[in-house]
Write a protein that binds this ligand. Sequence first.
Ligand code: F0G
Length: 359
Amino acid sequence: LRTEAPSVWKYKALLPVEGKPVSIHEGGTPLYRCDRLAEKIGIKELYVKHEGLNPSGSFKDRGMTAGVTKAMELGMKTLACASTGNTSASLSTYGAKAGLPVIVLLPEGKVALGKVAQALIHGAKVLSIKGNFDEAVVLVRQLCDEEKIYLLNSINPYRLEGQKTIGHEICDQLGFNVPDRVIVPVGNAGNTAAIYKGFKEFMELGITDSVPKMTGIQTEGACPVTKAFKMGVEDIVPEKNPETIATAIRIGNPVNAKKALRAIYESGGCSEAVSDEELIEAQKDLAQLEGIGVEPASATSIAGLKKLIDSGVIDHDEKVVCVTTGHLLKDPEEVMNISTKPITVDANIEAVRKAVFSR
Ligand code: F0G
C-alpha cells in the first residue's frame, strides 16, 4: 500500500477507480496530538485530524479526486453538484485540473465567502438557488439525470470511496492502532459512513483488529440524524427549515443519513447536537490552545466531545480522534462576527504604546 508521498492514492489498491488519478495531492493531512485542549476538556488522549489542510481546504478533496478520476474514466463531459460550499469549491478545483466544465448549485446567501470565491476563480458556472441546500440537491439530481451530467454529490459512491481514506490514514498515523472513538461533524452524512468504511476495511483485511465508536455531531438547529439516533430508529424525519451558523452543515434532509446511522449503531457510537454558542467556543479553543484554525462546522466535533464528556457518555480514558473538516479561512465573515474588532491606532509610537498596554 505504500508510496513515497502519502496521499489518498497511497491506498489506490483499495479504491475502485482506474486510470491516471486527477490529483493535486489530497490527503496525507496531519493528525495532531492536542494536550492543552485535552486538559481543558478533561480527556487523556485527544487527536485532531485536520482535513482543512487539503488542497481546497476541506476533506471533500479526498472524495473529489476519486470521483473526478471516475468521471474521466467514464468519459463524462460535464460535472455538477449542489453544495453548502465546500463540495462546490472542491469540485471546481478538480474540474479545473481535469479540464472539464463544472456547474454548481448553491443556496443563495448561505454559503461562506471563501467557498464561493473558490468556485468562481476555478471557473465553475455558479448558480445561486433561491432555496436551501436540500432543494438544490433535488434540482441537481434531476438536472444530471436528464442532461447526462456527472453528479458529484456524496450520493456518488466514488466520493465516499475517496473519503474512506481518512479512516485508513488515522490507523496508519497511530501505528496501526485504532482509536476508541472518532468524532465527525455530520451534514449530508456521507463522511461518517465513509470513514467507518475505511476502518472496517482495514479490520477485514487483518491490518487492525477493531473499529472505533463512530460519533456524529450536528447542530441543534439542523439535527435530523441526532434525533433519529436518540429515538433509536434508522430513518430520519427531514427538517424543513434547518438553521445554524455552521452553514456547511445547514442540512435538513441528509441523503446519506441511513448509511451514517448504520455506521453509528454498528460501531457502538452515538450522535449528539451542539448549540451555535458551544461550537463557537470550541472553534476559539482549537485556535487559541492548539493553533488549529477551522470553520464553524468543523468545530462541532470538539464541541460534541466536550458535551459527551460532561454528560458522562465519553470516558476520560478514551483515546479520541476528532475530525476537523474545513479550514478557518473558508468563513472569514463568521470569525469577524464572533471576535473583538482590531484596535485602530494613530501612526505614532505614543499611540501604539498606549494601545499595547491598555486593557
Ligand atoms: N464539515 C464541513 C466543513 C462540510 O463542508 C461538510 C459538508 C460537513 C462537515 C459534513 O459532511 O456532508 O459528509 O456529513 N458539506 C457539504 C458541501 C454538504 O456541500 O460542501 P457530510
